[in-house]
Design a protein around this ligand. Structure first.
Ligand code: SF4
Ligand code: SF4
Length: 81
Protein backbone atom coordinates (compact mmCIF):
# COMPACT_ATOMS: atom_id res chain seq x y z
CA UNK A 1 0.00 0.00 0.00
CA UNK A 2 0.98 3.60 -0.47
CA UNK A 3 0.84 6.31 2.16
CA UNK A 4 0.43 10.08 2.23
CA UNK A 5 3.10 12.10 4.03
CA UNK A 6 2.65 15.32 5.98
CA UNK A 7 3.76 17.24 2.90
CA UNK A 8 0.17 16.85 1.67
CA UNK A 9 -1.41 20.23 0.87
CA UNK A 10 -5.01 18.92 0.95
CA UNK A 11 -5.57 19.70 -2.72
CA UNK A 12 -8.09 16.84 -3.10
CA UNK A 13 -7.06 15.79 -6.60
CA UNK A 14 -6.05 12.25 -5.59
CA UNK A 15 -9.23 11.21 -3.81
CA UNK A 16 -11.53 10.93 -6.86
CA UNK A 17 -8.83 9.11 -8.85
CA UNK A 18 -8.65 6.08 -6.55
CA UNK A 19 -10.45 3.04 -8.01
CA UNK A 20 -10.76 1.49 -4.54
CA UNK A 21 -12.00 4.53 -2.60
CA UNK A 22 -8.94 4.09 -0.39
CA UNK A 23 -8.26 7.81 -0.02
CA UNK A 24 -10.16 10.10 2.32
CA UNK A 25 -9.68 13.37 4.12
CA UNK A 26 -8.25 12.78 7.58
CA UNK A 27 -8.12 15.14 10.54
CA UNK A 28 -5.22 17.14 9.08
CA UNK A 29 -4.23 15.67 5.72
CA UNK A 30 -5.53 13.12 3.30
CA UNK A 31 -5.02 9.48 4.29
CA UNK A 32 -4.87 6.10 2.53
CA UNK A 33 -6.52 3.03 4.03
CA UNK A 34 -3.87 0.31 3.58
CA UNK A 35 -6.61 -2.34 3.60
CA UNK A 36 -8.06 -0.83 0.42
CA UNK A 37 -4.97 0.39 -1.45
CA UNK A 38 -3.86 -2.17 -4.05
CA UNK A 39 -1.27 0.27 -5.48
CA UNK A 40 -3.79 0.27 -8.34
CA UNK A 41 -2.98 -3.36 -9.19
CA UNK A 42 -5.96 -4.81 -11.03
CA UNK A 43 -7.01 -1.41 -12.39
CA UNK A 44 -4.02 0.52 -13.73
CA UNK A 45 -0.35 0.09 -14.54
CA UNK A 46 0.63 2.99 -12.31
CA UNK A 47 -0.71 4.24 -8.98
CA UNK A 48 -3.19 6.91 -10.04
CA UNK A 49 -2.82 9.02 -6.93
CA UNK A 50 0.94 9.29 -7.45
CA UNK A 51 0.32 10.38 -11.03
CA UNK A 52 -1.80 13.36 -10.03
CA UNK A 53 -0.29 14.51 -6.73
CA UNK A 54 1.27 17.95 -7.33
CA UNK A 55 3.70 17.71 -4.43
CA UNK A 56 4.77 14.07 -4.85
CA UNK A 57 3.91 13.09 -1.28
CA UNK A 58 2.58 9.54 -1.83
CA UNK A 59 5.39 6.99 -1.34
CA UNK A 60 5.18 3.28 -0.60
CA UNK A 61 4.32 2.63 3.02
CA UNK A 62 7.23 0.85 4.73
CA UNK A 63 4.72 -0.68 7.15
CA UNK A 64 2.69 -2.21 4.32
CA UNK A 65 5.14 -3.70 1.83
CA UNK A 66 3.32 -6.17 -0.42
CA UNK A 67 4.10 -8.37 -3.41
CA UNK A 68 2.22 -8.13 -6.70
CA UNK A 69 0.43 -11.38 -5.79
CA UNK A 70 -0.66 -9.97 -2.45
CA UNK A 71 -1.90 -6.80 -4.10
CA UNK A 72 -3.84 -8.80 -6.68
CA UNK A 73 -5.37 -10.92 -3.92
CA UNK A 74 -6.45 -7.72 -2.18
CA UNK A 75 -7.97 -6.46 -5.42
CA UNK A 76 -9.95 -9.69 -5.76
CA UNK A 77 -11.10 -9.53 -2.14
CA UNK A 78 -12.30 -5.94 -2.55
CA UNK A 79 -13.98 -6.43 -5.90
CA UNK A 80 -15.37 -9.90 -5.33
CA UNK A 81 -13.24 -11.63 -7.95
FE1 SF4 B 1 -5.88 4.29 -4.55
FE2 SF4 B 1 -4.22 3.37 -6.36
FE3 SF4 B 1 -3.48 5.41 -4.82
FE4 SF4 B 1 -3.72 2.99 -3.76
S1 SF4 B 1 -2.26 3.60 -5.34
S2 SF4 B 1 -4.53 4.88 -2.90
S3 SF4 B 1 -5.42 2.13 -4.94
S4 SF4 B 1 -5.12 5.43 -6.33
FE1 SF4 C 1 -2.48 15.55 -0.66
FE2 SF4 C 1 -1.19 14.89 -2.89
FE3 SF4 C 1 -3.68 14.00 -2.44
FE4 SF4 C 1 -3.26 16.57 -2.97
S1 SF4 C 1 -2.89 14.85 -4.36
S2 SF4 C 1 -4.62 15.75 -1.36
S3 SF4 C 1 -1.32 16.92 -1.97
S4 SF4 C 1 -1.85 13.51 -1.26
Amino acid sequence: ALMITDECINCDVCEPECPNSAISQGPEIYVIDPNLCTECVGHYDEPQCQQVCPVDCIPHSPDHAETQDQLMAKYQRIHGG
